[in-house]
Design a protein around this ligand. Structure first.
Ligand SMILES: [Zn+2]
Length: 66
């Protein structure tokens, strides 16, 4: 249950801890988040929450590169 989602202008915490070139915009709300590279996810933690709840915590996006 998400009770407090910060404004869109507020970057995802993951964006602050990853390399600058791995920062991208969330696919859901366009918030800055850790989108690329190791540990990257195309959604910020707030948009990812309902997705993970639906698909399970192990959900991950498979690379298209073999
Ligand atoms: Zn988002």
């Amino acid at each position: 249950m998400i009770t407090s989602v910060p404004p869109i202008a507020e970057p995802d915490p993951s964006a602050l801890t990853c390399a600058g070139d791995q920062v991208g915009l969330c696919a859901g709300c366009q918030r800055r988040t850790h989108r690329y590279g190791r540990g990257g996810f195309p959604l910020c933690q707030w948009c990812a929450e309902p997705v993970k709840a639906k698909w399970g915590a192990a959900v991950r996006f498979l690379s298209t590169r073999a």
